[in-house]
Design a protein around this ligand. Structure first.
Ligand SMILES: [Zn+2]
Length: 247
């Protein structure tokens, strides 16, 4: 019998902690869809992570970069891991190897331009909306990339500055349940499919992400209070290289 967990891992990036490079008691934070210059969100997040001495993974979108490319440079110089998260964030691209390849290569090129390192390529790719397909599995080894997973999804995309502590509670519960984890928080939230009212400057909406640095700080402190430690993303990346690919 195919278990639900296995099916989820086949169709999405949501994988069991035992199958990825996270050891017992370890946590890795990832930040998606940015960088985000609105309300200085990514810049303030980088400050918080520096103060807390935590390095994470930034899954950046190519189209988010041109507004403030310097942020990509800061992400790398602060010791975080840059992950390719497509150029346009089109979820349906995973159903076409050609479209997906374009998305991935355009994002790498945008990152390389921001860093002024022409041949820069990321080790990891995280598909838009976390969908995984057989075409994606075929393409990634050809591009010498690996899938960048999560071990739980806390639906921070639906949170706002009014209720983000719920995301912190939910994520901490997942960490306790699994003995650690790789979690995601969106420092930018791109428009949902079919979303009619999308205003990332509306402070009361979930599209506004100015609260994300506070949410990250709260989660880090509460995780440490529970005895968890934050793994360096480059250590994680080295372990993943040995795993070759998650199953
Ligand atoms: Zn995303």
């Amino acid at each position: 019998m195919y278990s639900l967990k296995k099916l989820r891992a086949r169709c999405t990036i949501w994988h069991s902690i035992e199958t990825v490079g996270i050891a017992a008691g370890e946590i890795l934070l990832s930040f998606d869809d940015g960088p985000n210059p609105i309300a200085n969100t990514t810049a303030r997040l980088l400050d918080v992570l520096q103060q807390e001495d935590v390095r994470g993974a930034f899954c950046v979108c190519g189209k988010s970069i041109p507004e403030e490319p310097e942020l990509v440079h800061r992400i790398m110089s602060h010791g975080h891991l840059l992950v390719n998260h497509t150029y346009f964030h089109q979820p349906f691209a995973v159903f076409s190897e050609r479209d997906l390849k374009k998305e991935i290569e355009a994002c790498d090129a945008e990152i390389a331009g921001a860093l002024n390192i022409p041949l820069f390529k990321t080790q990891f790719f995280r598909p838009a909306c976390g969908w995984r397909t057989p075409g994606l599995d075929r393409l990634l080894p050809r591009l010498q990339k690996q899938l960048f997973p999560i071990t739980d999804f806390g639906f921070d995309t639906n949170m706002s500055r009014h209720n983000y502590p719920k995301w912190v509670d939910r994520t901490l519960e997942a960490a306790k349940r699994d003995g650690g984890g790789l979690f995601v928080l969106h420092d930018r939230r791109l428009r949902f499919w079919g979303e009619r009212f999308y205003d990332p400057t509306d402070k009361d909406s979930s599209a506004y992400r100015g609260w994300v640095p506070d949410a990250a700080a709260l989660l880090i402190r509460r995780c440490r209070d529970e005895g968890f430690r934050f793994v360096d993303p480059h250590v994680f990346a080295g372990r993943m290289k040995k795993l070759e690919r998650v199953s």
